[in-house]
Design a protein around this ligand. Sequence first.
Ligand code: CTP
Length: 405
Amino acid sequence: MPEVLQLDGRHIVLGLSGGIACYKAAELARELVKAGASVQVVMTEAAAAFVTPVTMQALSGRAVYTSQWDARQSDNMPHIHLTRDADALIVAPASADFIAKLAHGLADDLLSLLCLARPAERCPLLVAPAMNREMWAHPATQRNVERLRDDGALVLGPAAGDQACGEIGDGRMLEADELRDEVIAALQPKLLAGRRVLVTAGPTFEAIDPVRGITNLSSGKMGFAVARAAQEAGADVTLVCGPVHLPTPRHVRRIDVASAQQMHDTVLPLAAVQHVFVATAAVADWRPASYAQRKIKKDGSHSAPALELAENPDILAAVARLPQRPYCVGFAAETNDLAANARAKLQRKNVPLIVGNIGPSTFGRDDNTLLLVDARGERQLPAADKLTLARQLVREISQRLEALA
Ligand code: CTP
């Protein structure tokens, strides 16, 4: 399946104000273009002292604007026209001075004019601060950032760490890939704004002895995609996952566990305060009845040790039994008779929605096909990458939550 371009057909205005982080803005321009966006770069005079418009033009494939007097627009109003077909305006880096300007509505150069003149209801303003830690911590900057937030801007970061000045602290601009993902997230509809969503993901690991255990082939990709999609849709997301090798989606609270019992003990206290629980984890149904404190050794008899199993708690069914239960979504990983098995699970676990998929044809892969089964019937979500499917699932869940309200 070809890679999905997350910003395909989107037009992004990338504004640079002055700061050493301008070198990361060059990378950001590239990331946005690689994700499918058309990118219009606008630079302040100070930004052009750090990276040249030539560099930014080469990376974005478009002539850069630096002046409000630029006569290329027939009516000489680039401060109006440049945002009229934009899906988002991101200022990266945003210096302390530029943030102060924005907070006060000052508009004495093209970029600050653009920010003020953009159609606010359809072109979100994202601001990525980049400055020395003392400048960031200064009450004036903090006041200005708060003012920007109140005015509807999305403030991205900053991160903490080594600074170009040699000091260490808050104020580093986020990395280009993080900013790209923030732009992608900002463009998703906020279908779950104000909702709390709890997701389980990945396999569980049931230890036999200190070096062995029972697990399965789940990679966690579907669950991580659901967590990301829910977060992008505005939800407050907690992700409880078994052993997986995946980066945590941005702004998602992640709790790592190993066994089904640990997953159960982590999920249950959190579940009652959630609006939605999505159980994508491939929880081991059984665990070794006893754990050997030391590695089990061959004893020379050539007979394998007997492995007695005990049943694990059913986390989804336990959450569905809570008096204050969230809207529960189960996954069914089957090898055959998907619809019938998914419907049986719907009833057995007493949940309103089961998402069926064929386990062996999806484990570890980036794409999947989902079958939604609920009391009303069945709906197929055709083959797509897991993030696309997760966004569709989030839409389905939000529609069901609205119908319940
Ligand atoms: N699940 C769970 N806790 C378990 C087992 C399963 O929370 N101990 C959840 C899974 O996360 C998934 C759903 O229940 O959302 C279905 O899990 P699955 O293992 O496919 O179903 P089972 O009930 O175990 O049925 P079977 O193994 O017979 O298919």
